[in-house]
Design a protein around this ligand. Sequence first.
Ligand SMILES: *[C@@H]1O[C@H](CO)[C@@H](O)[C@H](O)[C@H]1NC(C)=O
Ligand SMILES: *[C@@H]1O[C@H](CO)[C@@H](O)[C@H](O)[C@H]1NC(C)=O
Ligand SMILES: *[C@@H]1O[C@H](CO)[C@@H](O)[C@H](O)[C@H]1NC(C)=O
Ligand SMILES: *[C@@H]1O[C@H](CO)[C@@H](O)[C@H](O)[C@H]1NC(C)=O
Ligand SMILES: *[C@@H]1O[C@H](CO)[C@@H](O)[C@H](O)[C@H]1NC(C)=O
Ligand SMILES: *[C@@H]1O[C@H](CO)[C@@H](O)[C@H](O)[C@H]1NC(C)=O
Ligand SMILES: *[C@@H]1O[C@H](CO)[C@@H](O)[C@H](O)[C@H]1NC(C)=O
Ligand SMILES: *[C@@H]1O[C@H](CO)[C@@H](O)[C@H](O)[C@H]1NC(C)=O
Ligand SMILES: *[C@@H]1O[C@H](CO)[C@@H](O)[C@H](O)[C@H]1NC(C)=O
Ligand SMILES: *[C@@H]1O[C@H](CO)[C@@H](O)[C@H](O)[C@H]1NC(C)=O
Length: 845
Amino acid sequence: MIMFRNFYFMLLLLAALPLDIVHAQDDQSGFISIDCGIARGTNYTDSKTGLNYVSEAGFIESGVSQKILPTYNSPNLDIQFTTLTSFPQGTRNCYTLRPKKGKGNRYLIRARFHYGNYDFKGQPPQFDLYLGSDLWYTVNFNASLAMDYEIIHLTSSDYIYVCLVNIGLGTPFISALELRLLDSSMYATQLQSLILFDRANFGTSETVRYGDDKYDRIWYTTTSNRLVDVHTSGTVSNLGSSTANEVPSKVMSTALTSPNVTRDIYYPWTATDANQEFFIYLYIAEIETLKSNQKREFYIYLNEVYWDGPVSPLDHTTTTYLIKSSNSLVNNITLYQTKNSTLPPLFNAIELYIPKQLRQQQTEDQDAEAIWSIKSTYGLTRNWQGDPCAPQTSVWVGINCSYNDSENPRITSLNLSSSGLSGEIADALANLTMIQSLDLSNNNLTGNVPKFLASFSFLEMLIEGISDQDEGSCLKDSCKKKTRSKVVIPVIATVAAFFVLITTLSIIWIIRRRQPKEIVNADEPGDIIESRNQRLAFLEIQSITNSFNTVLGKGGFGTVFYGCLGDKQVAVKMLSESSAQGYREFQAEVRLLMSVHHKNITSLVGYCDEGSQKGIIYEYMANGNLGMHLFDGSLNVLSWKKRLEIGYDAAQGLEYMHHGCKPPIVHRDVKCSNILLNETLQAKLADFGLSRAFATEGATHVSTAIAGTPGYLDPEYYTTNRLTEKSDVYSFGVVLLELITGRQAISDNMYIVNWVKSMVAQGNVEKIIDPRLHGDFDKNAAWKVLELALTCVDHTSARRPTMNDVVTDLKSCLKAEKGVHGPKPNIPDQFMSLNLESMMGPNLR
Ligand SMILES: *[C@@H]1O[C@H](CO)[C@@H](O)[C@H](O)[C@H]1NC(C)=O
Ligand SMILES: *[C@@H]1O[C@H](CO)[C@@H](O)[C@H](O)[C@H]1NC(C)=O
Ligand SMILES: *[C@@H]1O[C@H](CO)[C@@H](O)[C@H](O)[C@H]1NC(C)=O
Ligand SMILES: *[C@@H]1O[C@H](CO)[C@@H](O)[C@H](O)[C@H]1NC(C)=O
Ligand SMILES: *[C@@H]1O[C@H](CO)[C@@H](O)[C@H](O)[C@H]1NC(C)=O
Ligand SMILES: *[C@@H]1O[C@H](CO)[C@@H](O)[C@H](O)[C@H]1NC(C)=O
Ligand SMILES: *[C@@H]1O[C@H](CO)[C@@H](O)[C@H](O)[C@H]1NC(C)=O
Ligand SMILES: *[C@@H]1O[C@H](CO)[C@@H](O)[C@H](O)[C@H]1NC(C)=O
Ligand SMILES: *[C@@H]1O[C@H](CO)[C@@H](O)[C@H](O)[C@H]1NC(C)=O
Ligand SMILES: *[C@@H]1O[C@H](CO)[C@@H](O)[C@H](O)[C@H]1NC(C)=O
């Protein structure tokens, strides 16, 4: 009985004999050969194989170079095994390969590992090897000194990512990474990739590799003392067989056969699990010279089941038998000699592959190329590696993607704020065509905003810029169009804003100019504000806020702290020092608040303007902003009546600004987070940094600077640049819709205005009202408010009501509501169930 040793990727490291000297004409242009752990930027030609190896520079940034211990070295050891790269940092580290021939080609990818006790732990690690987002294999050394993992893979992307993932069983490492372009006819399977299980060259003790095999498969040696080696000095060709996988002559010219004329031969192996499928490529060629009375003929059986035959090997010509097996732990290929045969069977080589259908979820190439280009343009050192969008659990920081089972993931947002970028805005951004949000704030970018940004269909972005030299002429109409592409960027400050999709608006620029000549309320700032009694020293601010002890929130152009001025609670907004842009808003806001007093407008307590320390002190609004109470995740559901009251409060604040102030003031940034609630949930407008006063009532105002928050921004203002009070009416309409629906202006990529309109169109009016209200509202009043909200968000500003009208309507709705409900306290269910015990407890005793 004859048994072959089952290799399972085992390398006979020390037994391997030197390979033949390499044929110089062989082409390595389809190869990538990385020797991990050698000095970055170096390269060499392996004298044993003639392969040109390079360092991993350009393929990966992370990793630590290591050497195996000398005891594990030997003259016959492949030189790539003497160094390695380990990855103590991060759970996932990826090599990025970009083969020249790109996608649509079949590649052999081989990862090689030799532990060599480099870390003196005497215990090789276990870790996962991934191809992109697909698990390729779990690297496990068991008793082996070294392991090779190979996969044959038809790529659908120009990028191939090989990732090592730490699974908590030691530090991942790798010794070499090799990629070989195959001919398209080789290993042609349907969609599967093929993971190598074993590859054996029979009848020789010599490993065959590159030079003899132009595809650099490693043909491990397999000998048997119970079978006999046969070999030929002639050439074995692949002619006549289209499925020969181009097995090299050197491999085919040796074979194993039985010494006994009547003996069958077989090749058994054990799968790693019983359900494993195998693709078995059996390569056979006659390499003995047969006499006329001799005949070699046999049947091929798999697991005692007939597969093929009778077959007679072709003289010096390879025949490939592809045999597929499944559902067997123990497998056995047997060649049975026929009765008529005078010679025993023989075989020359075998390959065993496990077919695997990879999901190949990979970022669309165009996006991947753009983002890699951006990374290199700016020399970004952040840990961006592997596929930008896949797997979904390790998306690059600062990037959001969209996923769709039938399409590749696309990059939908990019946040490069505070990334130390300098230079011009990278052209590669133009290729991120699905991007909806781009944040480049807090960098030192210079130059013009490229035209391509204006052509995005979905983009919404925030760039805060300082204008260039010709700002003086910007009042003129002729200059207006130019500004779209002529905004100059030192992108310095940041304004907290939401960057999300609005399908109705194609692009939103939030651009602030240093010297806004167009602002009419331009009794231009020297160092503002004369009022002495409201002006506080920085030291006082420090004491009021207990050295900035409690942060209430971040936003606008700084951080808001809690403070106490005497027995009065206050909120102190400090302008962040780095934010040069915010200063103008600071001035605008202080000036405005000093002149405006209304119960529905947050009142100014004081301000600080001491060198770089700028702060505004407001009355404290104990219940934060409306958004915190309205949207998902808020514990307490606002009752319908409360919502109406809040809407009514905010409307009155706006009405006062529009109709009670001379000149009228446009808030320009009406949104839920700018409506604050005090301890009795009375609503007040806040954040007047963008507000503008107009010289003459009713005048429209042409501005080159569009500002506001996506989702609330008046589309007419956006397209015409004409700013009127009606822009606030639009934003207020959006707030009303949020109050009615409990949905955010933009959620699930749906714009609330479109959503409501589509629900109305479908006759689904009932579904519009926030389901958390459980129908506890007066329907007629609700429809009326909805109608009002929809007229507020009319695309044409002339058709929108004034804030006077809005206040009148809301007032009547509120009255109707009060009529319906008695004074019954509106305690939300959630609240009751949560607090039942603690509320009842004391009373029961
Ligand atoms: C190998 O290194 C040499 C310099 O040492 C360099 O000129 C050459 O371009 C490098 N080759 C590759 C393939 O990186
Ligand atoms: C390695 O050993 C473990 C247990 O010792 C076993 O479960 C696993 O299948 C082995 N792996 C290989 C590739 O033989
Ligand atoms: C097969 O050959 C071996 C030695 O080559 C011999 O000992 C054995 O008896 C033979 N068996 C048969 C069945 O011929
Ligand atoms: C493989 O098949 C041969 C021939 O039937 C048999 O002798 C041998 O025991 C089998 N080996 C295994 C491991 O099943
Ligand atoms: C054996 O040879 C005879 C005569 O050449 C032929 O008729 C018969 O079909 C052959 N048997 C097999 C199994 O090939
Ligand atoms: C990106 O996704 C994260 C997590 O879902 C979210 O918090 C963030 O707001 C998103 N950023 C953009 C710009 O959409
Ligand atoms: C995925 O994309 C296809 C084609 O664009 C589209 O028809 C389908 O609705 C999308 N599916 C999802 C879940 O977005
Ligand atoms: C971008 O990231 C910064 C900090 O990482 C964050 O403050 C800012 O809100 C983000 N921008 C967007 C649009 O999410
Ligand atoms: C911009 O550049 C200036 C000077 O080169 C530097 O002081 C400043 O820190 C940079 N700002 C950012 C946000 O990188
Ligand atoms: C954008 O993509 C096209 C096509 O892939 C490419 O030719 C072009 O160089 C890319 N542009 C930039 C600026 O990267």
